[in-house]
Write a protein that binds this ligand. Structure first.
Ligand code: E4P
Length: 217
């Protein structure tokens, strides 16, 4: 399973990279705005800065919602760095754009996916990644993890190569459950990854080992 971090915060990306288990970064316009990154030139520069920190794929989202606009913007994003994956929303023009990029060997991440049907369409169009937003489904009392299981089943039935990128991860249990179901990738906050290392028996055990060592030295 690949671990992506879902942020545009460079310090957090550096911290995750230093842990040695990071495979990529996802961003979106809201995450960029949260870091105060505004204006086209600053946004493009920020994507390059992220690519220079992390060894792996960096999703950069288009703002255009028409086919021609998405193609123009996506090609510009893809030219920034070979780690860039163009993030395209699951709308009709977006499906056309994903197909265009797939035919032209530009990698895509189909975002804002909330149903198995949308995921099927993204795979048919040739998306590199599909991003089902499990946390936002949970927020409206719908089982986000069940969507991951449905997509896994459909993709395995037909051998689709599109990778399931479980997005809108809110906590460590989401990561674990997605791993059990077989999501290819998770993207979430650093805390959802760091939560994996925590166990009270580890802390108690280490404390005891160190105390016993001190007794004999
Ligand atoms: C995915 O690529 C999105 O950026 C993200 O996971 C959305 O998460 P949120 O629901 O926490 O905003």
């Amino acid at each position: 399973m690949k671990f992506f971090i879902d942020t545009a915060n460079l310090d957090q990306i550096r911290e995750a990279q230093e842990l040695g288990v990071l495979d990529g970064v996802t961003t979106n316009p809201s995450l960029m705005a949260k870091e105060g990154i505004t204006g086209r030139d600053n946004i493009l520069k920020h994507y390059v800065d992220i690519c220079n920190i992390v060894d792996g794929d960096v999703s950069a989202e288009v703002i255009a919602t028409d086919f021609d606009g998405m193609v123009k913007e996506g090609e510009q994003l893809a030219e920034l760095h070979d780690q860039i994956v163009v993030k395209i929303p699951m709308i009709k023009e977006g499906v056309r754009a994903i197909k265009y990029f797939s035919d032209n060997e530009i990698r895509t991440n189909c975002t804002l996916v909330f149903s198995a049907g949308q995921a099927l369409l993204a795979a048919k169009a040739g998306a590199t990644y599909v991003s089902p937003f499990i946390g936002r489904l949970d927020d409206i009392s719908t089982d986000g993890l069940n969507l991951i299981a449905e997509i896994r089943l459909i993709y395995d039935n037909y051998g689709f190569e599109t990778e399931i990128l479980a997005a809108s991860i809110r906590h460590t249990m989401h990561v674990l459950e997605c791993a059990k179901i077989g999501a290819d990738v998770m993207t979430g906050p650093l805390s959802s990854i760091e939560g994996l290392l925590k166990h009270p028996l580890t802390d108690i055990g280490l404390e005891k080992f160190l105390a016993d060592y001190k007794k004999g030295n």
